[in-house]
Design a protein around this ligand. Structure first.
Ligand code: ZN
Length: 426
């Protein structure tokens, strides 16, 4: 066992923040040998409960749960910051040519290494990740995640139509590859597999039906895709599936909405779609830097809350412009404030933080496993320096409440504030 003494952030079950100005976090192995949180709370209350356990004192620092990123594409690490006239031209001009290179296992391995370095530098310890259509890209992803002991979820992209040579796959082979990859990686240590249809326009009915069938056979495997990101994309889906009530409804028809299904964007949706998400237990991965960058639209936080659609935050690299959860939380705040096409609101700083930690874990069905520092949670946590830059130091020192303190970090923070990242305690 070991213990760290510093300010400590965690969340109650209802999402309210608990900040101990002088806290103690105790980590150690559980009965299965996993490194978990043994205790978390006020130093004054816990100081005598663990005699003989060395306490590392970190004055002026904040211990917080590792961030959970609900949606990003590791092969698009080198696509960040590629300008285009919206989603579909961006895919064609930059994304597909980059992804085609992941047929090469060496290239995939080198990008995976860089990608995980970057995630960890920014304090992201769990993520739901797209690979490419090449099985080698999935092997590279999981091999690297396993070597680092990370809790990571990913999968091979399914795209058997409306895609150029080099990334388009074959319907039958793509489904066989998916089943083989589930067998190879799902449940290996902390790894989880996600069935990954790219989005409706690039998947034939046969491929979507096959994906739905695999999802039925493996209820504990995740599903990830995109929905209702961009107006041109929505119009395209309406042409392809004129009988469906909505874009989201196409996924329902193929059995792809359920618990552990996470759909990026969910911008151009209505209340019936939000209710369908709630009833099936599917969740939205809100990707604000990507949506602002590509001009896709503004996620309706009020609508999601009113209907009870589960959601959390995501970087969506490479449409997204940053790996930093601070940047994503700030962008979500901007998107929430927008009040022309939907009700504008000021999302509470603790709410933004929850949506990128415990709330995102709940969206994944991993509540109580990652994203929080409750007793029994896996010991993935950060040591944050709220004085990492002169302005951050000045602003956080002047904060008069928990919300002001967290907001100063959200607005002014970046990877310089992430001083240490602990994965499974280490
Ligand atoms: Zn995406």
């Amino acid at each position: 066992m070991k213990a760290l003494r510093a300010a400590l952030l965690r969340f109650d079950d209802d999402g309210s923040p608990r900040l101990e100005a002088d806290g103690l976090l105790v980590v150690g192995s559980d009965a299965q040998g996993r490194q978990v949180v043994r205790a978390a709370g006020a130093w004054s209350a816990l100081r005598d409960d663990f005699p003989g356990v060395a306490v590392e004192h970190l004055p002026g620092r904040l211990i917080a749960p590792g961030f959970v990123d609900l949606h990003l594409h590791y092969p698009q690490t080198d696509v960040i910051g590629s300008p285009a006239d919206g989603l579909l031209p961006w895919l064609e001009r930059y994304t597909f040519p980059h992804e085609a290179r992941f047929a090469d296992a060496d290239h995939a391995a080198s990008v995976a290494t860089f990608f995980f370095d970057e995630l960890q530098r920014h304090g992201v310890t769990t993520a739901l990740v797209f690979a490419t259509s090449h099985p080698a890209s999935v092997d590279a992803f999981f091999t690297e995640a396993q070597a680092r002991g990370l809790r990571m979820i990913g999968g091979k992209v399914l795209q058997d139509r409306h895609s150029p040579d080099g990334v388009r796959d074959d319907t039958e082979q793509s489904l066989r590859d998916t089943e083989a990859l589930i067998g190879r990686w799902h449940g290996q240590g902390r790894l989880g597999y996600a069935i990954t249809p790219r989005f409706v326009p690039t998947c034939s009915d046969a491929q979507l039906a096959g994906a739905g069938e695999i999802a039925r056979q493996h209820p504990d495997v995740w599903i990830q895709s995109h929905v209702a990101e961009n107006a041109d994309e929505v119009a395209w889906v309406r042409q392809l599936h004129p009988g469906a009530r909505s874009y989201l409804d196409v996924y329902r028809q193929f059995g792809l909405l359920r618990e552990r299904a996470v759909y990026a964007h969910c911008i151009h949706v209505d209340d019936a779609d939000r209710a369908l998400m709630r009833e099936t237990g599917a969740a939205a991965a809100v990707s604000p830097t990507s949506n602002l960058f590509l001009g896709s639209g503004f996620f309706d936080h009020e609508g999601a809350d009113r209907i009870g659609m589960r959601h959390g935050l995501a970087s969506d690299v490479g449409g997204g412009t940053s790996f930093s959860p601070f940047h994503t939380m700030l962008a979500a705040y901007y998107v929430g404030r927008e009040g022309r096409g939907k009700p504008g609101m000021s999302l509470a700083p603790s709410r933004l933080w929850w949506l990128h930690t415990a709330g995102a874990a709940r969206a994944l069905g991993l509540e109580g496993v990652v994203g929080n520092l409750a007793r029994g949670c896996e010991a993935d946590f950060l040591v944050i320096n709220p004085a990492a830059t002169p302005l951050l130091a000045r602003r956080t020192a002047a904060a008069g409440s928990v919300e002001e303190f967290l907001f100063a970090l959200i607005v002014l923070g970046d990877d310089r504030a992430i001083e240490r990242v602990h994965v499974a305690g280490a």
